[in-house]
Write a new protein. Sequence first.
Length: 197
Amino acid sequence: MLVLLVLACVIPEAILSISSGYFRGWIYQNFAFWPGLLQGWSGNYPGQWALMFVSYAFLHGGVLHLSFNMLTLVSLGRPLVDALGQLRFLVLYLLSALGGAGVYALLAHDPVPMVGASGALFGLAGALVGEQISLARKNGGAAAAWKALIPPSLFLIGINVVMYVTLSGQLAWQTHLGGFLSGLAVMAALQHQQHGS
């Protein structure tokens, strides 16, 4: 599953990197996440407003953006595939991408397109944190669960602040937040399902 997700991101960027800037613009116009499509803009085709909630996560803003995200995908994804299995991992990944887009839609105000897998990747981070919270709760109760949540959350906030400053504000932090919260929620639901069955 990790290989398929990596290929699903690498192949489009490879094609865009060797094609004209016009083609990248056309792909972004049709498959990036555009908040305006939820605020009265006309789409380029029926259902664009719905498809963009997933399609944005398979596009990137260049080779560096793609490389960083794919390294993160592999490093965070391996332990989760082992813990959840292929199908549940895919569900986690896609729901995190959807959650990232949903929070971006609610909080972003700029009419610029948003692309990248980072909403789903922050969902994977949220799932790993959720797994640690569950283990801490079993072994040490509610106080231990809070201790498992706070340090990694502060670390991720710090990463976002550094990236926001470094990238001069060109960061979809809203997507990161939505992905992280979605990953936490999906992992909690999957663990509940596993313990309930």
